[in-house]
Design a protein around this ligand. Structure first.
Ligand code: IVH
Length: 671
């Protein structure tokens, strides 16, 4: 392909795939099949390899829905991973029961299980050790995600007790608890990134991440629900579930043995009412004939077993009226539309608002008109969403709703960055919600946590012209006369506030850095950057490559940090804050030496380890007198290597003849 043509194709594939990622991860409404998506991704990856000069730094070939992914090895399943017949109706279940009776008579039992809404995984064990973990893929072959699955603490790496066969497969569902999902999404919202729509998609993106240490931080969990052995070991599925529990696998406590279809219907009814209290998403119930011999008699259709069926719960859905669309301007200027709805009860909570995500959602997908009646759905999902418009109820002459072209707060024309779905208000210094939002972020609990100063006070002091930027907070003591004149501001609360502000000057550098509100620099990233660069000057002077080389800092963050420090106004603000006494240098923690055995030796740690995190290994090295360095050179003494380390690092170390040791060998060195 000619370079010009390749450049164009890379650009169009890149923005198309970003759009599909957004549909999948954020809207949970894919408009393309997995197969077609993978084909386009393959084409883009090949083109970017051939023409690296045209590769998008934020290419979807490197990240899927915000997750940096890698190509996984494809593995064929020993037993195909079938799907189940689905139904939403009780009558279908009664028919399923009849068909089974006809085939095997009346003497059988069912096992009822929750249908976990995650992604299925097949685990192979040899001699009691986890050998491989493979995703479902197309059912015939899937991706080898063993290193990532090893980070899931409830999946045993080594089995307990005895009695398990030498070689077997066990299948289950990887999922994310709602609490963890909410926490991670809250972090995204705080960083003004669009939250993910549901835990399932979040979990599936996580399992395909490149960096297993990052996977380890996103708590995934797994319930196992089916054992495959070469020779039959048990008579029934129920017995196998009890046995695998003894071997160390997590099965679900809510599974029940039912003697007939009435028991099944009761189980379904119970969980229809109680499923929202589980703490993880289920989308139905799986019903399995218990006895293996009977399962064999019933056999399979081309796609699924005849001895099992899935009853799916309908997503809770209601119709309500759209009252208006309002717009929120965040501290980074992102403008998010929100649908205000006539309040209505849905799955136990009153819904008043639904997110509309962006302009395309309003104008292209939903084609919303004023006063429309809309269907709002809350599946397992946390944020209710508008599924579609009830066109029959559209009022004649209703005007289409058009996304704002100017900032609802300051009137500046909005801008859209190439490849992004959101619109931004570029008026960083003159747009009130951005100014106020930045200061509110700075004083927030996770940043400077200033006692005696809250969001409302910031708003009031901004209205009264006393605050415009973060450094003004530290000049408030110069305006005590004006403060005293404000309504509802007693002397005591003013003193509390000023004391809180003064005390906050001692907050560590990482908190200040997070508080500055640099785009994509969330709490964890701020910690990483502070720990790596130790002070703001080194960080501000760092090249893109130096930033990019820091653990967990990808292209997007590196760009954003550079952009931030490239702005003279930001630099001036930092100087002012520094002069006011805030911390821009990391405190050197005093390391108490446990021994001196590693003194004079340098180390690099790479890859993932089963027993320790990289931070723990760093601590062990430093506590025994060793020194961590950041790049491989001939002077390096040891490379401590775990699973999945980058091939380039390995090659370089081998070329320079640097001893490569395991974590166990490191521990041996220090005795
Ligand atoms: S058994 C041949 N049990 O639902 C039987 N599947 O539509 C294999 N799932 O691909 C599946 N919870 O990802 C089974 N308790 C459960 C399940 C379950 C969720 C998923 C699984 C499967 C899909 C079937």
């Amino acid at each position: 392909m000619a370079p010009e043509e390749a450049k164009k194709r890379i650009g169009s594939l890149s923005s198309e795939l970003k759009h599909h990622n957004y549909n999948y991860y954020v809207l949970a409404m894919p408009t393309i099949s997995d197969f077609d998506f993978d084909k386009k991704l393959e084409e883009l990856t090949a083109l970017e390899k051939q023409f690296p000069e045209f590769a998008d730094p934020d290419s979807p070939a490197k990240r899927v829905g915000g997750f940096i992914t890698k190509a996984f090895i494809t593995v064929k399943h020993r037993w195909p991973m079938l799907s189940l017949g689905n139904t939403y109706s009780e009558q279908d279940l009664l028919d399923f029961d009849q068909r089974i009776r006809k085939a095997i008579g009346d003497n059988f039992e069912y096992v009822c299980e929750l249908k976990f809404d995650g992604l299925s995984i097949s685990l192979t064990y040899r001699q009691g050790q986890l050998l491989r973990a493979v995703t479902r893929g197309d059912g015939i072959q899937g991706d080898d995600v063993t290193t990532n699955v090893r980070t899931i603490s409830t999946i045993p790496k080594k089995l307990h007790g005895g009695g398990y066969p030498d070689d077997f497969e066990i299948r289950g569902e990887v999922f994310m608890h709602l609490k963890a999902f909410e926490r991670l999404n809250a972090e995204r919202i705080e960083n003004e990134e669009t939250p993910y729509a549901n835990p399932r998609n979040f979990a599936s993106g996580t399992l395909k991440m490149q960096d297993s240490s990052e996977v380890a931080k996103r708590p995934l969990d797994c319930f196992l629900y089916f054992l495959y052995t070469e020779k039959p070991l048990f008579k029934t599925h129920w017995e196998s579930l009890q046995a695998v529990k003894e071997w160390g696998f997590q099965t679900n406590v809510h599974s029940r043995l039912c003697s007939d279809i009435n028991g099944v219907l009761k189980f379904i009814d119970y969980w229809d009412k109680n499923r929202f209290g589980l703490g993880y998403d289920i989308d139905g119930i799986v019903i399995k004939v218990n006895n293996y011999q009977q399962q064999e008699e019933l056999g399979f259709t081309a796609k699924s077993p005849r001895w099992a069926i899935a009853y799916k719960y309908k997503a809770a859905e209601v119709q309500t009226e759209l009252l208006s669309v309002s717009y929120q301007v965040g501290r980074t200027g992102a403008v998010t539309p929100v649908a205000n709805l006539k309040p209505i009860l849905l799955a136990g909570t009153i819904v008043k608002r639904a997110t509309l995500h962006n302009a395309d959602e309003i104008e292209k997908r939903l084609k919303l008109h004023e006063g429309d009646w809309v269907y709002v759905e809350k599946g397992g999902e946390i944020i209710p969403k508008i599924i579609k418009v009830n066109l029959e109820k559209r009022k004649p002459g209703a005007k289409p709703i058009l996304y704002q072209t100017t900032c609802p707060a300051c009137g500046t024309p909005l801008e859209r960055k190439e490849g992004e779905a959101a619109f931004y208000c570029p008026n960083e210094e003159g747009c009130p919600p951005q100014i106020v939002g930045k200061m509110q972020h700075f004083i927030g609990r996770k940043a400077m946590n200033i006692d005696g100063l809250g969001d409302e006070t910031i708003e009031t002091l901004y209205q009264k012209d006393l605050l415009h930027k973060i450094s003004d907070i530290y000049d408030l003591h110069l305006h005590s006369d004006q403060l005293k004149q404000l309504e509802r501001f007693g002397e005591k609360s003013i003193n509390n506030m000023l004391e809180g502000i003064e005390k906050s000057k001692q907050m560590p550098f990482e908190k200040v850095l997070f508080g500055l509100g640099i785009r994509y620099v969330g709490e964890t990233v701020a910690k990483r950057l502070a720990a790596h660069f130790k002070n703001i000057d080194r960080m501000a002077a760092a090249s893109f490559e130096e930033l990019n080389a820091v653990e967990e800092i990808g292209d997007r963050i590196a760009f954003s940090v550079q952009e931030y420090f490239g702005n003279e106004k930001h630099k001036a603000e930092i100087e002012k804050l520094r002069a006011q006494g805030l911390q821009f240098v990391s405190e050197e923690k005093e390391v108490k030496l446990a021994s001196n055995v590693l003194s004079g030796k340098t180390f690099i740690i790479s890859g993932v380890f089963e027993k320790y995190s990289r931070d723990e290994l760093t601590q062990i090295i430093e506590q025994n007198g060793g020194k961590m360095v950041s790049s491989i050179s001939a002077k390096l003494n040891y490379l401590v290597a775990g699973d999945n380390m980058g091939p380039a690092k390995l090659e370089k170390a081998q070329k320079l003849n640097i001893p490569i040791i395991s974590d166990d060998e490191l521990l041996e060195m220090i005795g």
